[in-house]
Write a protein that binds this ligand. Structure first.
Ligand code: ADP
Length: 395
């Protein structure tokens, strides 16, 4: 089955056409800077790459371009023989309503739009892409997978905010959690790797956006992101968890508006703010090794916050039997993995430094023989997880 996986961001639309059974990627590409001018459209398939700069005013135009090139059945005159059997859409927010992925109908689209105030930049874009797909290819089923739904099993003691109940109900305030599609992929992959013998898993998704989820007997029991992706770990440009009174104090003592403070906390904080020059972890490691003190502090804070939440998850689950590193820095950086687990050897988290330096496209273990905890690196697999959902729901 060939599944077109579509990921509509606020100003981008990324896609992969995947054969589910073989995990082969038949085509992939992206529309970037949608609605911002100087938009680009890149595609690679049949060993051919192309990139165009052209006006892409909105997500409907973007998905038309993508479907056009995939279904034209030719690249540079050569037939591609590509077929699309179904389309899977990544949706950032499913609110409290969507507890699993599902097949799209009118009611599902209406609900995604109803939830959109919780993630306005993403959900409206995704809803318009789904509508376009249904109009252009009415006989092809659409499936939606949500970044929030894996966290639907988190108990109330962990998801409820200790704020007045009527305010929480009126504004739908609670912990939702994000990155759930990848955390679910990590859980599935660990099950395959251990033959179902892992019962207390911690999935460390360490990228530009970062979150840690604890998974007990296959279900999420807590996660670090909250009502929005701002909560939890120190991230690339997000501040992570801070005293909430800081926000009102800033607004009361500066001329900044609430919107401006929100922008600062999401786009100008985190590693970028602490280092003073970049949110790119590769650059920060290089600068740290060259003796840059603020780069070192930024990385130390990043790994310290990951370690602290690992400890919290250890307490919440009554131990950890498997820890996983995934996403940009988690799957690529030996430095980040070592620093995060440093000092936790007495709890069984012992890394084999040789295995840690390896690089693979497939999951691998970096646990030392004396470790009492499984330590895996699992390359992120959101696209495959969505394609897998499509097959599961249509079978
Ligand atoms: P996003 O949250 O945008 O999806 P990614 O998961 O792609 O982010 O992660 C991006 C981060 O991963 C960047 O900070 C980047 O520097 C870091 N990263 C990627 N490759 C490496 C590497 N080899 N070593 C260290 N960090 C890396």
């Amino acid at each position: 089955m060939n599944v077109l996986v579509v990921n509509a961001g606020s100003s981008s639309l990324k896609y992969q056409l995947i054969t589910v059974e073989t995990r082969e990627i038949l085509a992939k590409g992206a529309c970037e800077r949608i609605g911002l001018g100087e938009s680009t459209f890149s595609n690679s398939m049949n060993g051919q790459k192309m990139e165009l700069t052209l006006p892409i005013p909105n997500h409907r135009t973007a998905i038309s371009l993508v479907l056009g090139i995939l279904l034209k059945n030719e690249t540079d005159g050569k037939p591609s023989n590509i077929t699309i059997d179904a389309i899977g859409h990544r949706i950032v927010h499913g609110g409290s309503y969507f507890k699993d992925s599902c097949i799209v109908d009118d009611e599902v689209v209406r609900k995604i739009e109803e939830i959109a105030p919780l993630a306005p930049l993403h959900n409206y874009a995704a809803a318009s892409v789904i509508e376009s797909c249904r109009e252009v290819l009415p006989s092809i089923p659409n499936i939606v997978s949500f970044d929030t739904s894996f966290h639907a099993t988190i108990p109330e003691v962990a998801w409820r905010y200790a704020l007045p109940r009527d305010l929480c109900e009126q504004l739908k305030l609670r912990k939702y959690g994000f990155h759930g599609i990848n955390h679910r992929y990590v859980n599935m992959t660990v099950n395959e790797l251990t033959g179902g013998k892992a019962h207390k898993i911690v999935s460390c998704h360490l990228g530009n956006g970062s979150s840690i989820t604890s998974i007990k007997d296959g279900i999420a029991v807590d996660t670090t992101m909250g009502f929005t992706p701002l909560d939890g770990l120190v991230m690339g440009t997000r501040c992570g968890s801070i005293d909430p009174a800081t926000v009102t104090y800033i607004i009361e003592n500066t001329n900044l508006t609430a919107h401006e403070v929100d922008t600062i906390m999401n786009k100008k904080s985190g590693l970028l703010a602490v280092s003073g020059f970049t949110n790119d972890i590769r650059d920060l490691i290089e600068s740290t090794e060259a003796g840059h003190p603020q780069a070192k502090l930024a990385l130390d804070m990043f790994c310290y916050s990951a370690k602290k939440y690992l400890g919290a998850m250890w307490a919440v689950m009554g131990g950890i039997d498997t820890v996983v590193f995934t996403a940009g820095a988690g799957q690529n950086s030996p430095y980040i993995r070592t620093k995060t687990l440093e000092g936790m050897e007495h709890l069984g988290f012992v890394i084999d430094e040789e295995k840690n330096q390896e690089r693979h496209d497939e999951p691998w273990s970096i646990a030392a023989p004396e470790a009492t905890v499984n330590i895996f690196v699992i390359p992120a697999g959101e696209e495959f997880m969505i394609a897998y959902d499509v097959k599961r729901l249509l079978s």
